[in-house]
Design a protein around this ligand. Sequence first.
Ligand code: ZN
Length: 80
Amino acid sequence: MPLSKDQISTLLALVAGSTEDDMSCDGCFEHVAQFVETELAGAELCETMLLIQNHMKNCPCCKDEYNALKLAMVALEGQE
Ligand SMILES: [Zn+2]
């Protein structure tokens, strides 16, 4: 059975980076600490973390937050 036009456009939206809208700045701020922890631990990024990574590619504001947090967490780890 061929795909309907609706199904095709849904699939195209999925392929064409729908993730861009899946993570808001609020959501990103909420999870960015966990993202840095995961990254510093060298653990595999879960789906949420991948969304954050993707969001930061398009959002300098959240990327700044991430960089600041990472610096702070690395500094804290160094003190232990
Ligand atoms: Zn953002």
